[in-house]
Design a protein around this ligand. Structure first.
Ligand SMILES: [Zn+2]
Length: 464
């Protein structure tokens, strides 16, 4: 049977590519809500297109609450599918994104590589999952349990689609999403994004602005200070040990200090250089006039020192064998006209909870003269690595890929973060940078075909 499945998948390569091409051609970027399209007309058009393809293939197909489509392959005596394959049709914007060498909404193949917005995230894996289900159906492989393909429309902007869907519908007992990496991601750290504020009167710092994205290491910060010469500050910058770059210029009677760091995703801050904490560190080396403003700068520098990414100075340094170490990023800071506010992103291992992190941050910020102002966040996600479901996915992976399968933990959240027992299975491999969300997003034809094969085998392994 394995040989039959392989033969079918490779014989249906053109079908897979044409489904993907049709999906890529739809600009399913989030837009203004309109009647029947809560995430805009683009995602809705993609939803209708995919539902049409599934319906024409003979799958029992439905669209739920205008946000999630489902296509079922269920044996006669079975009431509800046991396996869910969760994909999404929405994509991040590409219009105006620099660096594209081809039209992002016209899939293009060059030397066995497919380029286009969504080919890896997540239209390619969806097309592969569709062909996998069609394979099981067309070959008449007997199933004991049913499988449901789910295609959502709001993964890139907070997964409100799933929240709406789950108010009306149950999910299958076992869900995997091919929207992250192989082999299997079973642990996703918890995430807390918090805000803080403080007030002050006067001080040498006229303004400070650094960072703009809450979940990234800031690569730029700048401030205007009075009472110092550019020479004095240049000297301090030379003595201040930091991998960040400082540009000091006269600004009328004041001095402008610009700090250039390196951006990185908040889940991997070690690879970035934080411009906000670097600039604060430099400021705290200057003989600033005593006062509340100076206290805030030195207080924040002591709890969020430059170069520290493990939360040690906040009292949050924790790590566990399965999920790895906590990461903390001071991502945004603005100070001007007597007010300041900032943003902190923390990814925490399964040994901690949101309330632990909140408590530690609240105390640290109070010590720095600031007020913890609330957060949004998610508890960690963990699915048992020894469950039959995970073991089945890993054994299929080992058989097809010919290498040892293992469970991995990540700091980011996937589409199954809030789904109990869910895991990510695909579609990135190894350390390859597929330019997900960037220009020239790609997947190779070989990888896409293998994805379809993996998903077909997974369906048979779990439902057969
Ligand atoms: Zn995605």
């Amino acid at each position: 049977m394995h040989e039959q499945i392989r033969k079918y998948i490779y014989e249906n390569k053109q079908r897979l590519l044409s489904v993907l091409e049709e999906l890529v051609a739809i600009r399913s970027v989030k837009g203004e809500p309109v009647q029947g399209a809560p995430f805009g007309t683009g995602p809705r058009a993609a939803l209708d297109k995919m539902a049409g393809i599934c319906r024409n293939t003979g799958f029992d197909t439905r669209i739920c609450s205008d946000v999630v489509g489902t296509a079922d392959l269920v044996p006669e005596d079975c009431k509800f599918p046991s396996l869910g394959i969760l994909c999404h049709l929405d994509v991040v914007p590409a219009d105006g994104q620099k660096g594209w060498e081809t039209d992002p909404f016209k899939m293009c193949e060059k030397d066995g590589v497919l380029y286009g917005r969504g080919v890896i995230d997540d239209k390619g894996p969806l097309a592969a999952a569709f062909i996998a289900m069609k394979c099981v159906k067309d070959l008449g492989i007997p199933l004991k349990k049913g499988v449901r393909l789910l295609f959502g429309t709001d993964e890139e902007n907070g997964s409100e689609d799933l929240a709406i869907y789950r108010k009306k519908e149950n999910l299958p007992e076992f869900v995997f999403t091919p929207d992250a990496s192989f082999p299997v991601i079973n642990i996703e750290k918890g995430m807390m994004r918090s805000r803080f504020t403080a007030a002050y009167h006067g001080g040498d710092i006229i303004s400070f602005h650094g960072g703009s994205i809450p979940n990234a290491v800031p690569d730029h910060a700048e401030c205007i200070v009075s009472g110092f010469s550019a020479e004095e500050i240049k000297k301090a910058a030379d003595n201040y040990t930091s991998s960040a770059e400082f540009i000091v210029t006269e600004d009328k009677d004041n001095v402008k200090i610009e700090c250039i760091g390196r951006s990185a995703h908040a889940s991997t801050p070690e690879s970035g250089i934080n411009a906000v904490t670097a600039l604060m560190g430099l400021l705290s080396c200057l003989p600033l006039t005593a006062g509340k403003q100076t206290d805030i700068i030195s207080g924040l520098t002591s709890v969020f020192p430059f170069g520290e990414t493990d939360g040690a100075s906040v009292g949050l340094k924790r790590s566990d064998e399965n999920s790895g170490a906590l990461t903390l990023v001071f991502s945004i800071f603005d100070m001007e006209n007597g007010k300041c506010n900032g943003c902190i992103d923390v990814r925490f291992p399964v040994c901690l909870s949101l309330s632990d992190v909140e408590k530690a941050e609240r105390e640290a910020l109070e010590k720095a003269g600031c007020k913890f102002d609330g957060y949004m966040g998610d508890e960690p996600h963990i699915t048992d690595a020894d469950s039959d479901f995970v073991k089945a996915l890993l054994s299929v992976y080992e058989r097809i890929e010919g290498e040892k399968g293992k469970c991995i933990a990540i700091g980011g959240g996937t589409y199954v973060h809030n789904i109990e027992g869910g895991v990510a299975f695909g579609a990135e491999r190894g350390d390859t940078d597929y330019h997900m969300h960037g220009a020239n997003e790609f997947i190779t034809v070989d990888e896409l075909m293998k994805d379809a094969l993996l998903f077909a085998e997974a369906i048979v392994e779990i439902c057969g």
